[in-house]
Design a protein around this ligand. Sequence first.
Ligand code: HEC
Length: 444
Amino acid sequence: MDFLKQIALPQSEAQIGVLYFVLNVIDFLLLPFISYVFGALVLSLYHNRKGRMHNDPLAQRFAKEMIDHILPNKSILLLFGVVPFMAMTFAYAQLLQDTAALSVSILGWGLLLLAAASAFASSYRYALTFSDMLEAVPGKSNDKVEEYKAQMLETRRTSGKYALLFLSAAVYCMIAGRSLAVHPNSWDTVSNAVQLLFSLDVLSKLLQFVVLSFSMATIGMLFFTFSWQGGTKDLTPEYSEYVRSSTLPIGLISLLSLPLFVVLSVVLLPVVSLTATVFFFAFLVIFFVFLASHSVYGMIKEFKASYAAKAFYLFTLAVFALVLHGTSALAGATKTSSAVLAHRYVLHHEELLAAMGINLTVLTGEEIFTAKCSACHEFGVKKVGPAYKDVLPKYESDRTRLVTFVLNPMKVDPAFPPMPNQGLKPAEADSIAAYIMTMYKQQK
Ligand code: HEC
């Protein structure tokens, strides 16, 4: 899937800004939708099985309506699932084009798996609807009808199972690829997707996804059954009771455990990705989840349809905050590589201008060195800071890390005081890093 990165183009700082915006919009569609479908599939399969084993029409109806609400027709999965997933993959290919990160290939596989999942899911949905129609065939059933019924049951079981299997794999790719993107330190070390299965961050995000999807599916089910457009038609008291008892406890438990995973995801973020916005949106998620769980609890104590709507809208706000939380972490993690990209774009632009005979003066690496670094550094001897010959070897293979250090110096060697931030612009940091590295290599 390496070809995905090759189609990416150099981009200016403004274009990168637009990309983050686009990513937010994509996630607003993709995350709630995919998690809803996942939760709905699991619950529907469970109730479908229960309905089959005990010949329970309430469970069968639940299994069918659970899917009907989120997949009312065939193209929904394509429109809200596959298309945004594809757009997301391209956006990441743009953002990470200059890095060694494997994220984009992993996302590419996720896209294929999701396409397969959506084919199976629509066959599952179709089989559920068809069984329903067969049940409604008037008069005494004959062999032919019985045969069809058996066939549909089989299709239901297998296609539902495969849909869930492929969807889980797609979700894994989505989470693994995106988790890797916010961990710049692992970009060079992770060489295959399975390695990420053992990453604490990926595991905690997978669990977070499962909890999120159960909250989505149960709150969604309550909302569509009792509130949306006056609620489901021909709602019998038995079925109402069945829906309530099958959703409320799961909904409440998963809602209450969601904040735990949000906190965990903040704790597991690398320092570079931690910004004030990351904390702010994490706080908002927890705030809205708390309000939503309040409504769900209210429904357990005394059932009112208006609570279902309230829980649904509040939870939607929580999911939006979760998306913004994720994108701000990504923006933090890719800050340096974006800056380098933008700098490349500027250079590219200048070359073009120079070729046309237009001359621009820019500060060279050497000038920055004399003005900002030479007071404390020399190449061969230690001054206030270490000699470059002692500290540059570890950056030889990774200039981006050197740029990151210069932009945001951190404590390294206890024998030295901390290096003060020189307040360089990303493009300047890129030039000075290139300059000292070249000089160091020449002197070696
Ligand atoms: C006021 C003094 C001072 C200035 C100015 C300064 N540095 Fe430093 N620099 C230090 C000190 C002190 C350290 C050691 C920090 C540590 O080990 O925690 C250091 C460490 C470094 C390191 C080694 C980092 C590592 O991983 O060990 C690099 C590279 C570096 N500086 C580059 C620069 C560049 C490039 C500039 C100019 C833009 C610069 N420094 C300006 C004081 C300075």
